[in-house]
Design a protein. Sequence first.
Length: 342
Amino acid sequence: MNQTALVEQIHAIKRKSWKTQLDELYSCFASKDSVLVTIDPDPDSIGSALAVKRLLWHKVASTSIGIIRPIRRLNNLAMVKLLRLPLFPLSTLDTRKLDKVVLVDSQPSHNDLFNRFHYTVVIDHHPQNETLKANFCDVRPEYGSTSTMMTQYVMAAKIKPSRALATALLYGIKTDTRNFERHTLIEDIEAFRYLFEYADHNILRKIEISDLSLSDTKFFHKAFERKHVVKDRIFVYLDQVPSSDILVEVAEFMLKIHDISWSIVSGIHQDNLIIVVRNHGHRKDAGRLVRRSFGSLGCAGGHQAMARAEIPLNRLSEVIGSLSSTSIERFVQRSLSPFRKY
């Protein structure tokens, strides 16, 4: 889809009322349908998926939420446990019996597992870089979170959110807007205000402080030993990691260092090189930079201040040869050097 057509599609969506959008969403489903909502589980996608499940309650026969990867980040594990959220590994669900599939807070090109499905509905706030083949598409990259969009749908349906749904949506908004410190619209703030009175703030506080386990501290020690600073960018390569979430934690922590504007943390997980990028969001676009640097090698994208790339090791070896720690470290630094001309 060219840029002009994409802008026109976005403007057409914005001209519709949320009630009109809701009616069009509902028209995609029948009472006999078994529906699957697929997500790459982070707070925004989890809250959004729960909202879809609530919207379709009594509208379809069943709605299941399937996650494409295990949840390992402790904040998210705490949220699932404390709110008793019904999430299931996608591999455990019988997808042959599904009638409709929904994707929220992502797009099919963001992960190969998403490409297995023909989507009836796609709702997302990431930039649209593909022509979406779905009956219903609502993509609003100007929004700070997909949870904001889903809150608007819930409000249009005149549904009073449960404690669990309100807490999950509120946390989704807070995380994707970094507590309104990064890209935020008045709609994000209004959704937050609406959800505030329904959320469980004791549970929300526990979720937010559940950051690390004792075993994670060794990766921070390794990160400080192996850090490499070029101008205002700090690079860290951690070799094998038990979860990509530790890369996120280290990247966000390193960004707290004075004089550091970019934090780039990478490591190997499940036969992929994963590169997590964070910046302060006031200069270059991290998502665009990552797509330009790694988009031809694997999945890559993100926002202005947050981005991620996943490159299969067999594809990486075709490009750099040896997969030694030194060669991988140099590859990442060279690809994202502040002196590289794009």
